[in-house]
Design a protein around this ligand. Structure first.
Ligand code: HEC
Ligand code: HEC
Length: 272
């Protein structure tokens, strides 16, 4: 039923897309800095964005999220916690030691016997290695550091492992993706698999890829994490949003990362 609703909209939407977006969006983008934005049938949200938004992302001087990356770089060097260490004390130059690291997250952690996303890994280092307090989800510091670490993988293909111990968590994430929920009784797939390129109300739907996260949203006027986005999409269909950092969302994060395998890490992406 909900599909029919989107379907009905899509006739008008198709005309609108043809009129306003066809010449700018949907283009393959091969900026060597960013990598290839289309891999097989997988498309970054970038390719659906209007060209003004793309331009903001493309220009590091204009991209408002770059300040967050830079602030993350400062935090990297700051001593904090009882151990008297900074990230740099152990990991040295992030440009070398963090290159490619984030492209493989979330990943299975044998110690906690479940998945860990990048935010959680950063906080593990803070609590266990620095004896510092964990940063709260969606705090400026955690966003800045996550963006800084992910930025070191910019242009590199998303490359998560879904084998061995990760497989069972991947399966759970996949199940979540296809499960209907909320008052609108919709699953992620109804919007992001069945209808990318069509409008849901005023919004042009994309494949819901996460290669650009934490993403700067013009609507938010700040960056947000993957889990913030998941919560927003849950709320849109009037489903109860889950907690930041919940196992369900981290499993979902692995599944959605895999759906975008091979797409370049774009952090910091800019979206409407
Ligand atoms: C006292 C040393 C130490 C400090 C300080 C430290 N880390 Fe770590 N970090 C480690 C060790 C050891 C590992 C690998 C084992 C593990 O996962 O705990 C690691 C792993 C990581 C990883 C995952 C690497 C991978 O290949 O998956 C990231 C990301 C990371 N640290 C980020 C940070 C950040 C950000 C900070 C500062 C907030 C920080 N670390 C502070 C020792 C440290
Ligand atoms: C009713 C339709 C709808 C449903 C259902 C929905 N979303 Fe979304 N989602 C949107 C809209 C609209 C946007 C903003 C435009 C876009 O990027 O598609 C969005 C954006 C996103 C983005 C950001 C993409 C980017 O490039 O920044 C992600 C990630 C995402 N959704 C994931 C999900 C997941 C995971 C689920 C299921 C838990 C879900 N969505 C369910 C409508 C939906």
């Amino acid at each position: 039923m909900k599909k029919a609703y989107l379907g009905a909209l899509s006739i008008a939407a198709a005309a609108m897309i043809a009129a306003t977006f066809a010449s700018t969006a949907y283009a393959d983008h091969n900026d060597p800095k960013e990598g290839k934005m289309v891999v097989d049938d997988r498309r970054s949200g970038y390719t659906y964005a209007i060209k003004e938004t793309q331009a903001i992302q493309d220009d590091d001087f204009e991209n408002p999220a770059m300040i967050w990356v830079e602030d993350g770089g400062q935090l990297w060097e700051e001593v904090d916690g009882k151990a008297g260490k900074s990230c740099q004390s152990c990991h040295n130059d992030a440009f070398e030691t963090m290159k490619g690291v984030a492209a493989a997250y979330p990943k299975y952690d044998a110690k906690i016997k479940k998945l860990k996303n990048l935010e959680q890994q950063i906080n593990t280092c803070r609590t266990e290695r620095m004896q510092a307090k964990a940063w709260k989800y969606e705090s400026n510091e955690l966003l800045q550091m996550t963006m800084f670490v992910r930025h070191q993988s910019r242009g590199m293909p998303v490359n998560v492992s879904i084998d061995d111990e990760a497989a069972q968590f991947f399966a759970k994430g996949k199940e979540f993706y296809y499960q209907r929920r909320g008052a609108l009784d919709m699953a992620c797939k109804h919007c992001h698999e069945d209808n990318p390129g069509k409008y849901a109300r005023a919004n042009l739907l994309t494949q819901g890829q996460i290669n650009g996260f934490p993403t700067y949203r013009l609507k938010w006027q700040k960056p947000g994490s993957v889990h913030r986005r998941f919560r927003g999409c849950n709320k849109n269909i009037r489903a109860q949003p889950l907690k930041y950092g919940s196992d369900e969302y981290t499993n979902l994060e692995l599944y959605v990362a895999w759906r975008g395998r091979g797409l370049p890490v774009e952090t910091p992406a800019v979206r409407n």
